[in-house]
Design a protein around this ligand. Structure first.
Ligand code: SF4
Length: 460
């Protein structure tokens, strides 16, 4: 796939600025159901092809302080002893899933949260040791072992310890470097703290270092964000994720502490977003898609170029073929054409494992139609095109008749210059790339108006 530059068209962005899913799965998590039972999950793990490679996601829910914008499932506590019970249960869960899975080779390990570095280094080491004893981690240098780091919750000397444990990828939350913005979201994290962490991580061989930013936060203006972005570019991360803040205080309690009157107006927000796109592209970053930018030599950009970029619950990922097992409270896995999620509540999590059960909550088995639509949606969101012939061959369908309704819904997108269609492919143009969610939504069989207005963040 050739890299096409994003094109900015404000009137088009305003026209299509509705809410929509981020498509980290299809069907989305809204379709996961309690009808999916523990037995379904167990038989799903037990029937993983033994020759498949695995990806393991580990969720650590604890955070020391609340960030007011946060919409994650987390437990806020300063009491570090709370993690002891969690770690012992997590170790138990890892052993249980590993014993059930015929596939053993782990090629990707990702730690997310919450704040994984809330745990003591000894606790992280104990979990890593369990993983190595329970699975096969073949060549550590070629296995991606990544961790989400909160620079406020990690001593700089611990970077070396993490590297010695095998971690080789890192993502850091920043959001904004402006002190007033940081105060308004209750996340005080000086620029120097983040910069020094990145320098140290590079020293110990971490690759693909990612920084997370958010636009649309209180007190942000184009000028304040310019300063933040200049600092980010000075740090020169391999990847930058820039998320749109969705203010949904009716759904996410911490957001009620954000002063709504301090939020930037839609036009300021749009102007910040325009500035981000202009600046990052000028600075050599490629737009990977959905909030993500990467340097051309980063593995995400290379995977996109080689048509092997994929998407899962952690965002974009480089390996489509791995079966994903999630462990820890609320974690999500995807394997054998099924999605599965663990219970969200800590007490439920402990109760299940104390009783010797996997802490399964809900899931969904994909139908034939789900699989066809997932292929099209993921092709579009990862590669900005879908090859009709490939879809026809894989699923033995006629693309144009199978999707006749969807293709007619796309007429408006084509007329607005967001998409082209010929006999072989649907291709998203530079102007359509920022609206990739809207295009994918046309292929989503589950979306209804209520979901669109109440369940998702706005596209821009
Ligand atoms: S944003 Fe991250 S660090 Fe802040 S409360 Fe949410 S999960 Fe915790």
């Amino acid at each position: 796939m050739k890299a096409t530059k994003l094109e900015w068209d404000e009137s088009i962005l305003k026209k299509y600025n509705v809410s929509g899913p981020r498509y980290t799965s299809y069907p989305t998590a809204l379709e996961f159901s309690g009808d999916y039972q523990l037995e379904d999950y167990v038989s799903c793990i037990e029937s993983i092809d033994k020759d498949k490679s695995l990806s393991l996601y580990i969720h650590i829910p604890f955070c020391q302080n609340i960030c007011y914008y946060c919409a994650c499932n987390k437990v806020i506590t300063k009491d570090h002893s709370k993690s002891e019970r969690y770690v012992s249960n997590l170790i138990k869960e890892i052993k249980m899933v590993a014993a059930k899975s015929p596939a053993k080779v782990l090629r990707q390990i990702h730690w997310g949260g919450g704040t994984p570095t809330f745990l003591l280094m000894e606790q992280i080491a104990a979990i890593m040791e369990t993983i190595r004893e329970s699975f096969i981690v073949p060549d550590e240098s070629s296995t991606e072992i990544s961790i989400e780091v909160d620079p406020r919750a990690l001593r700089i000397e611990d970077i070396k310890t993490l590297a010695h444990m095998g971690f080789n990828r890192m993502s850091m939350g920043v959001q904004d470097f402006d002190p007033d913005v940081q105060k308004s979201i209750n996340r005080i994290q000086p620029y120097e703290m983040t910069r020094d962490m990145v320098v140290e991580a590079r020293k110990y061989g971490f690759q693909s270092i990612n920084l997370d930013l958010i636009y649309g936060l209180p007190l942000q203006t184009r000028e304040t964000f310019k300063d933040t972005l200049e600092k980010v570019i000075e740090i020169s991360p391999d990847r930058i994720s820039v998320f749109n803040y969705a203010h949904l205080p009716h759904r996410f309690k911490p957001q009620r502490r954000i002063i709504a009157a301090q939020l930037p107006s839609p036009s300021v927000k749009l102007s910040i977003f325009e500035y981000i796109i202009e600046t990052l592209q000028k600075d050599g970053y490629l737009y990977i898609g959905m909030d993500h930018f990467a340097k051309p030599d980063d593995e995400l950009a290379i995977a996109q170029q080689n048509n092997c970029l994929h998407r899962n619950f952690q965002g974009y990922t480089t390996h489509e073929e791995y079966e994903l097992i999630g462990v820890g409270v609320s974690s999500i896995g995807s394997m054998n054409g099924q999605y599965h999620q663990n219970v969200r509540d800590l007490e439920d999590y402990y109760e299940a494992l104390d009783a010797g059960r996997l802490p399964s909550w809900r899931g969904v088995g994909m139908t034939f139609d789900d699989k066809v639509r997932k292929k099209v949606i993921f092709d579009l969101i990862c590669h900005f095109e879908t090859n009709k012939k490939e879809v026809e061959q894989e699923f033995d369908i006629n693309f144009d008749s199978y999707f006749s309704k969807e293709l007619s819904l796309l007429d408006e997108f084509k007329n607005d210059g967001l998409l082209t269609e010929d006999e072989v492919a649907l291709k998203v143009t530079g102007k359509g790339r920022l609206l990739i969610r809207n295009i994918c939504m046309m292929f989503d069989a589950y979306l209804n108006e209520l979901q669109v207005t109440t369940s998702f963040s706005k596209v821009i």
